[in-house]
Design a protein around this ligand. Structure first.
Ligand code: HEC
Ligand code: HEC
Ligand code: HEC
Ligand code: HEC
Ligand code: HEC
Ligand code: HEC
Length: 450
């Protein structure tokens, strides 16, 4: 009898382990694609980005198999290096820039390509009154569902067998005239079984831990922390086109950054400086720019604004969704950080290479660091930081690393001078011979918290 239990135990363990592992590798490519690429790419249709099926083959045929992974990690870096014909060929495909995907390993990107290259369009099943349903949409969810049912059934079978076994041994005991051990409860016999089959038990526990660990990890990963947050917007505005290709200064549109707490989102009037005459774009034709005209009440045929009977413009302002959002208990001022007389920090230190993005979004620290290493980044004096953007750790880390340029800081000069003259304070704060923001009080809780 015990032999069968052993076999059953082994079978169960192997089954659980291989089922869960298989499930994860098989879905990896799909999950990664959906989490990182599907916002712009469809496997077999052109979207914001080109269709992805066959792309790997195309690059392989051009002898650029390795470069396609460099492309995915950082498109603009590969393009700027000039070593890739394929990057050059695809670069102007869209005014939208592809988001660098450097956080993915080569194996992960390979699994994405495997997924898209094996992608077949979902089969439409006809149901009831002729409604077509997508037979494939809930694929991963329904397999999760099955996984739970199977687990439940297995546990149920296991318990049932235990029960039968107990009845049987009791019956045998009665038949052989032995006394029934009434202390032999279910718990006791389970304990015995566990001791006798400790190896199977350990495997089972490891299997379950692995499964739940991976599941938790996967969920946490998809929560998508704060970094890389890009809300959808009412108009398909592109920084890549305006700030990148056309080279419009950030401060032309975000003009309150130097003067106030907020950098602000430009009003449609700023857009109209050009779009009163530019009525069409290369990607969307008139469609998106028409939305601007509607928002400010502009009649492009008459080249005039619609006015009500009091002579006021009839407007319906665009409401942009905010990507960055610090909690209310934090005080942050742009002016303090970007004005030439204060910290004079380039926007890209905190927002990444926005000129390569379409819509504004919260960068990842990896993107910022990658940009800081480029010639352009070094020229702008960007430093490397490690903490995720918009966290307290990030503010604090920079305040400890960023040196103050004592020579050039306009209205802070006086304070700086006073600090330099105070030997007592001096000795304490100039331990490392550097004056960072921390030395000026940038680590005091009340500077950032109301
Ligand atoms: C923000 C949108 C966006 C995201 C997200 C994105 N891409 Fe792209 N991708 C593009 C655009 C746009 C292009 C075309 C190049 C251009 O116009 O700059 C492109 C081009 C490509 C190409 C070259 C295709 C060809 O035919 O040569 C590959 C390969 C690619 N992307 C892979 C990926 C992978 C893999 C992911 C996810 C890990 C991803 N992309 C995520 C927008 C995106
Ligand atoms: C020291 C880091 C830092 C620098 C430098 C910086 N920003 Fe910001 N930016 C932030 C933070 C933090 C927020 C979020 C503020 C909030 O939610 O209150 C933000 C928010 C924004 C927003 C959203 C609207 C708003 O005002 O809250 C825009 C737009 C923006 N920044 C543009 C810029 C531009 C343009 C520059 C350069 C002129 C710049 N930023 C420089 C840290 C920075
Ligand atoms: C300095 C001039 C200028 C300003 C300011 C400007 N744009 Fe543009 N914009 C252009 C030009 C030029 C084009 C057409 C470029 C092309 O497609 O070749 C364009 C194209 C567009 C397109 C269409 C893109 C496409 O490919 O179809 C949109 C949408 C757009 N702009 C939105 C805005 C918004 C929103 C603002 C204000 C926040 C703005 N623009 C401010 C010059 C400007
Ligand atoms: C032609 C005008 C224009 C220029 C130039 C421009 N932006 Fe923007 N920016 C916008 C508009 C419009 C939005 C709101 C839509 C969006 O999120 O993309 C925006 C949004 C943003 C956001 C997201 C704000 C938030 O939290 O929602 C950031 C950050 C930002 N811009 C930074 C920059 C930086 C850095 C530059 C210079 C490299 C720049 N912008 C140049 C018009 C502009
Ligand atoms: C990239 C570096 C950097 C980051 C990131 C940064 N700061 Fe700063 N911050 C500075 C510098 C440099 C100064 C000093 C400016 C000056 O010369 O007065 C400063 C000054 C300040 C001050 C004034 C301190 C004083 O002594 O008066 C406050 C408040 C502040 N920062 C808040 C924040 C908050 C909140 C964040 C995060 C949301 C943040 N900073 C992120 C570089 C940074
Ligand atoms: C340079 C600016 C800065 C300084 C100095 C600073 N904080 Fe913060 N703090 C922040 C920012 C930004 C956040 C919001 C982070 C987030 O939302 O993840 C924060 C969040 C917090 C929170 C809430 C945590 C949470 O999970 O929301 C607490 C509590 C806090 N800070 C306490 C302190 C204390 C105590 C000090 C002094 C020792 C201090 N802070 C100094 C910028 C600062």
């Amino acid at each position: 009898m015990d032999k069968y239990f052993k076999i059953l135990g082994r079978f169960l363990t192997t089954f659980c382990l291989s089922f869960s592992l298989f499930n994860f590798t098989a879905q990896d490519g799909e999950k990664l694609f959906k989490a990182n690429c599907a916002s712009c790419h469809h496997p077999i249709k052109n979207a914001t980005g080109p269709k992805m099926q066959g792309a790997l083959q195309k690059w392989q045929d051009a002898g650029e198999e390795d470069l396609i992974y460099e492309w995915v990690a950082n498109p603009s870096k590969l393009y700027n290096s000039g070593k890739s014909k394929m990057a050059k060929a695809i670069w102007d495909w869209s005014p939208t820039a592809m988001t660098p995907q450097g956080h993915l390993s080569r194996e992960e990107v390979e699994s994405i390509f495997t997924y898209v290259d094996n992608y077949a369009p979902p089969v439409a099943a006809v149901v009831g009154g002729g409604d077509t349903v997508n037979a494939n949409t809930n694929d991963s969810e329904s397999s999760d569902y099955w996984w739970w049912i199977i687990s439940f059934l297995l546990v149920f079978v296991l318990f049932a067998i235990f029960g039968v076994r107990r009845e049987l041994s009791a019956a045998i005991a009665v038949k052989e005239g032995r006394e029934i051990d009434s202390t032999r409860t279910f718990v006791n016999s389970t304990k015995e079984w566990v001791l006798r089959n400790w190896f199977v038990t350990v495997l089972l526990i490891v299997g379950i831990a692995l499964f739940s660990g991976l599941e938790v990890f996967n969920r946490a990963y998809q929560l998508g922390v704060y970094q890389d947050y890009m809300p959808s917007q009412p108009v398909a505005y592109s920084h890549k086109l305006h700030a990148g290709k056309m080279g419009i200064e950030c401060k032309y549109c975000h003009h309150s950054a130097e003067k106030s707490k907020h950098a602000g989102i430009p009003s449609t009037n700023v857009c109209m400086n050009c779009h009163a005459v530019v009525h069409e774009g290369a990607q969307y034709g008139a469609e998106e720019i028409n939305k601007l005209h509607k928002a400010v009440g502009y009649n492009k045929n008459k080249q005039a604004y619609n006015l009500d009977k009091f002579g006021n413009r009839i407007e319906d302002p665009i409401v942009w969704n905010k990507a960055h959002n610090l909690p209310d208990h934090v005080y942050f001022s742009h002016a303090q950080h970007v004005h030439p007389n204060t910290a004079n920090i380039d926007c890209r230190q905190c927002h990444g290479p926005v000129q390569n993005y379409t819509l504004g979004r919260v960068s990842t620290i990896d993107e910022v660091n990658a940009y800081a290493k480029t010639d352009e980044g070094m020229e702008k004096g960007l430093i490397q930081l490690t903490k995720p953007l918009l966290t307290m750790g990030w503010c604090i880390e920079c305040h400890n690393k960023k040196e103050i340029d004592l020579a050039s800081s306009g209205y802070y000069e006086e304070i700086h001078d006073r600090l330099k003259l105070r030997a007592d304070v001096n000795n304490k704060i100039f331990e490392d011979d550097k004056v960072t923001v921390k030395e000026l009080g940038g680590w005091e809780c009340a500077k950032c918290h109301y």
